[in-house]
Ligand binder design. Structure first.
Ligand SMILES: [Zn+2]
Length: 166
């Protein structure tokens, strides 16, 4: 078993924070990534989608996971379980120092997530306090205008990585 944390960063222009719509532990926020088999190293062709509210029974009949997937190459089955409570919104100061903010922890058995893809369902708050909701980051960036502060807002240069934690 390996615990892997997903961390993200982005350039924020006139925005104070970026996080999933319902907060870092939003039960309906969808995470998209590919799976790499820890046995043979094969990476899945298609992206997998997981969310906290969506669980499946474990192959051994005990408990549940958020993903059970069989490697197409070596047929080894693996599971991924999401562990909430570890994420933080990406704040402006973290973004400015080019640091990453933790988003979600994954307990991985036999499979590890790779290639996180930014999708829909993000929320950002401008430096003037305006909330921007249901932001779609699948295009790689986002731009809008804050009426209250009369300033343009923008999210760009999205980066994500998975790191093993001990
Ligand atoms: Zn495999």
């Amino acid at each position: 078993m390996v615990n892997i944390i997903l961390t993200i960063t982005a350039e924020l222009e006139n925005l104070d924070s970026l996080q999933p719509q319902g907060g870092v532990d939003d039960p309906d926020f969808s995470y998209y990534f590919k799976m790499k088999c820890m046995n043979c190293g094969e990476v899945s062709q298609k992206e997998t989608c997981v969310s906290l509210s969506d669980t499946v029974p474990n192959p051994n009949g005990r408990g549940t996971s958020h993903l059970v997937q069989k490697c197409k190459f070596c047929s080894r089955e693996g599971t991924v379980t999401m562990i909430p409570g570890r994420g933080k919104p990406l704040m402006l100061d973290v973004s400015e120092s080019r640091d990453y903010a933790p988003l979600m922890l994954f307990d991985c058995r036999g499979l590890e997530p790779v290639d996180f893809a930014f999708g829909q369902g993000w929320k950002a708050i401008s430096t003037s306090g305006t909330k921007f909701e249901d932001i779609d980051l699948s295009g790689g960036e986002y731009a809008d205008y804050c009426e209250k502060g009369q300033i343009p807002v923008m999210i760009s240069n999205l980066q994500a990585k998975f790191d093993a934690v001990k």
